[in-house]
Design a protein around this ligand. Structure first.
Ligand code: ADP
Ligand code: ASP
Ligand code: MG
Length: 814
């Protein structure tokens, strides 16, 4: 004998019921089968809504009931040949009349008891099971319809009745051993109390009916047929790449379902586990899939975590007080009080100081709990030994489940660090001593992010999703977007990173798409999107609350940089080629770095110095490994290097500068480069990263530009350079005569930094520095005679974009 249960979606329409017929037709000859069915998907909800409307005096309940009736009548007509319809149609009509009579009564009284609600709900399964029984009959499969209420006996706790196993098992046993048939159809979910009054087993309870029957009959297996191909590593509605778990232990399946894996109603496992009956979870829509096998034998897998589940609508109750420590009985009284109110405790934690006990319950019971507990502890509260019960709502529980977690150290460390990096605040933690389950209470708004983060962390075969919000679509921004498009597949395949651009903004427009903006068309999409509003852009990062979010600043804009503090406080990393923040006042630079540390995220700005060259990374590595920077000597302006490498008096100085700008080697405002200010910013950043507390004003800038050229507009600046051609020519000629080259050099030594134009002779490392190259020489305790040299193209959109790209990847991998 085997017991099979088909859920609401499996019986939702005639097409699906025909699928069940084809799944069973070959098996019916071979084996005795008991088929338990749910109500047609959505019917139980519709019945509840009708009776609730009626109880509120709202006569719309009649329309609802009519819809329910029509749906069932329609189904009969679709499933059965005309000649066989009338008996079943009149059964449907008669039962629907009964429902209506009850609802009319409730409407008149405007009073709804749980007992009446159960009675009304029971019609969902009564109708579906009888229609399905008739369908099999008409298809030539003799079967017996069995009223579950005659077999499953419960107490009178309506809506969630408790099964009396002794009586129930006996009845099931007696009934089936007396029957000669080999195919039975049973309505799930419904039962009756000792007075024969209809009860129900709790929402989703048809699974439980099937398990109770399977256990009583010592069935060879229990099969739960549903709309997914098995129990999955996480709720597929939350985690799009959740995987089927092919084998799972009873204990694990039980934990997963208790903590929210809706695919199995939590009490279902217990009865079959006791009898060691294997349970299959299979899909009615893909019967050829393996599904999940739940059983007792140990299964070898690589992963110590079997699955992740979550329950929303949780309230946390905290009973606190100095009078609780060391005095036995407080927790007993707390739990007794909750039990007396029929409140189910889902999670418990108690700090070892015993000053507080914290329990998680369903949010719907929070008010009752508060009233009851405050009443039970009224005397202690009055004597100020305990505080009135603290109730927090809008919470959820997420749980990691796996029998093998106990033999793998570091799982909770990994769990909480992954949550922390994503700014998920953990309100309470509970880990059973079996270590089969580690659960955490978090805010409801964080559930999707948290479950996905954990899924990516513990199921390595899944992709880690990275969500980028990019500000700036100029030279660097647009190159970055095309590099991202080009590398998407590579990153997915080689690094298991699924990098998506979720937001793009420039000074005029902003665009969002949570599923990832199509990078082939971003220009057009951005063009047609909403107007840019910077604070709204940043708020959207927060409201979307996506995991592994990175804010990428490829602007040179102060307003954008002024958002960093807000962004970091949302636990979102920042990657910037914008130098404004790192070169702002020391206090702000330190504050931003501290915030990144505090919120466990990254603030990376490698491209602030030397574009794509690994300058800051190298410096940090030297310091991390215990080295000490004694001196930095560098040519840090790609622009100035380009200008002095190209200028020899044949073309005007202004023209050469214009060429540098046209080729994308200057800052958007070229005066920042020509004045030496950009180099001052860079050497300051290197000095700061070396540990120096230094401000812009502390740096000596031996500028070579005539002061008058730095006033007015960019056009005035070019005109002024034209007027001063002789000045530039003189500087060039002097160096040229001496056989030297001009380089704008930055140095940092003994706590001091300075920048200025120098004549470099051919023996110096800087002499052979061409094009727009940069070079940085690090003299350290370890690199004494010969410095560590970083050299290469130090400007240009393509290399800067690639440096930003590398920072993005770094921010999500460490
Ligand atoms: P039925 O009507 O067949 O009883 P349910 O809706 O009760 O089906 O349960 C199946 C649903 O459970 C799936 O469609 C899926 O969305 C949800 N679900 C939640 N968590 C899990 C999980 N860990 N594995 C599989 N399904 C899950
Ligand atoms: N029909 C019931 C419900 O919707 C029981 C079930 O489907 O398992 O809760
Ligand atoms: Mg279900």
């Amino acid at each position: 004998m085997r017991v099979l249960k088909f859920g609401g979606s499996s019986v939702a329409n005639s097409e699906n019921i025909n699928k069940i017929v084809s799944i069973l037709k070959d098996r019916l000859q071979k084996e005795k089968l008991v088929v338990v069915v749910s109500a047609l998907g959505g019917t139980t909800d519709a019945l509840i809504s009708s009776i609730v409307l009626a109880s509120k005096g709202n006569d719309l309940y009649k329309e609802e009931l009519q819809k329910i009736e029509n749906r069932h009548l329609e189904m009969v007509k679709q499933l059965l040949p005309v000649s066989q319809q009338s008996r079943v149609l009149s059964m449907v009509k008669q039962q629907c009349n009964e429902i209506e009579d009850i609802c009319n009564g409730v409407y008149l009284l405007q009073e709804l008891t749980p007992r009446t609600k159960d009675r009304v709900m029971s019609f969902g399964e009564l109708l579906s099971s009888q229609i399905i029984s008739a369908k099999f009959q008409s298809a030539g499969f003799e079967n017996k319809w069995v009223d579950a209420r005659k077999m499953i006996s419960t107490n009178s706790n309506y809506e969630n009745a408790v099964v009396n196993f002794e009586v129930t098992s006996q009845k099931i046993h007696d009934y089936f051993s007396a029957s000669k048939e080999s195919f039975f159809i049973v309505p799930g979910f419904i039962a009756s109390d000792k007075n024969g009054i209809t009860t129900t087993l709790g929402r989703g309870g048809s699974d439980y009916t099937a398990s109770i029957v399977a256990a009583a009959l010592d069935a060879s297996a229990l099969e739960i047929w549903t709309d997914v191909s098995g129990m999955m590593t996480a709720d597929p509605r939350i985690v799009s790449n959740a995987k089927i778990i092919p084998h799972v232990l009873y204990r694990e399946a039980m934990e997963l379902s208790h903590f929210g894996a809706k695919v199995i109603y939590p009490p279902t496992i217990q009865p079959v586990m006791k009898k060691n009956i294997p349970v299959w979870v299979k899909s009615t829509f893909a019967p050829e899939h393996h599904g999940t096998l739940i059983e007792n034998s140990s299964i070898k897998t690589d992963s110590s975590v079997r699955g992740i589940s979550s329950i929303s609508k949780i309230a946390l109750l905290s009973l606190e007080g100095s009078g609780m420590a060391g005095i036995p009985g407080f927790s007993k009284r707390l739990f007794e009080t909750l039990a007396n109110e029929q409140i189910n405790v889902i999670l418990i934690t108690q700090s070892s100081s015993e000053h507080s006990i914290c329990v998680g319950i369903e949010e719907a019971s929070a008010e009752t709990a508060k009233r009851a507990v405050d009443e039970a502890f009224a005397i202690e509260i009055e004597r100020m030994k305990v505080e009135p019960l603290i109730v927090e709502k809008d919470l959820a529980i997420i749980a990691l489940v796996g029998d093998r977690m106990k033999s793998h150290p570091g799982i909770s460390g990994k769990m909480f660090s992954a949550l922390g990096k994503n700014g998920v605040n953990v309100r309470a933690i509970s880990q059973g001593s079996s270590e089969r389950n580690i659960s955490a209470v978090i805010a409801t708004k964080d559930v999707k992010k948290a479950v996905n983060v954990l899924h990516e962390e513990f199921f390595e075969t899944t992709y880690k999703q990275v969500n980028l919000f990019i500000a700036g679509t100029g030279n660097v921004g647009s190159r970055l977007l095309s590099q991202l498009l080009q590398q998407q597949n590579y990153l997915q395949k080689n690094l298991h990173l699924s990098v998506r651009v979720v937001g793009i903004a420039n000074s005029k427009k902003m665009l969002f798409n949570e599923k990832g903006i199509d990078l082939k068309n971003w220009k057009e999409l951005l063009q047609n999107s909403e107007a840019m509003n910077l604070s709204q852009f940043v708020n959207t990062i927060q409201s979307k609350n996506l995991r592994n979010s990175v804010f990428v600043d490829v602007t040179a804009n102060e307003n954008v940089a002024s958002q960093y503090e807000d962004v970091l406080q949302q636990s979102v990393s920042i990657v910037a080629c914008n130098k404004i923040a790192a070169s702002s006042k020391l206090r702000r630079y330190e504050k931003i770095k501290n915030l990144a540390r505090e919120f466990n995220v990254h603030f990376l700005f490698e491209t602030n110095v030397g574009a794509g060259l690994p300058v800051i990374g190298t410096l940090n590595d030297l310091l991390l490994s215990g080295d000490k920077i004694n001196k930095i000597e560098a040519v840090l302006s790609g622009t100035l290097n380009f200008v002095f490498n190209h200028y020899d008096g044949t073309e005007s100085f202004a023209k050469v500068v214009r060429q540098a700008q046209d080729e994308g080697y200057t800052e958007p405002d070229p005066r920042l480069d020509l004045s030496g200010v950009d180099v001052v910013r860079k050497i300051m950043i290197l000095a700061r990263e070396s540990g120096e507390k230094i401000e812009m004003e502390d740096i000596e800038n031996n500028a070579f530009m005539p002061a008058e050229c730095m006033e007015g507009s960019v056009e005035d600046f070019y005109n002024c350079m034209g007027r001063n051609e002789a000045h530039f020519k003189k500087i060039f000629d002097e160096a040229n005569k001496a056989g030297k080259k001009l380089k704008f050099v930055a140095t940092y030594e003994n706590g001091k930094a300075k920048v200025g134009l120098q004549q470099i002779d051919s023996s110096h490392d800087f002499y052979h520095l061409y094009g727009k190259d940069n070079v940085v020489l690090f003299y350290t305790n370890r690199y004494t005679g010969q410095p560590l040299v970083v050299k290469g193209a130090g400007a240009g959109a393509e290399v800067t974009a690639s440096g930003v790209f590398a920072d993005i990847i770094r921010s999500v991998r460490i």
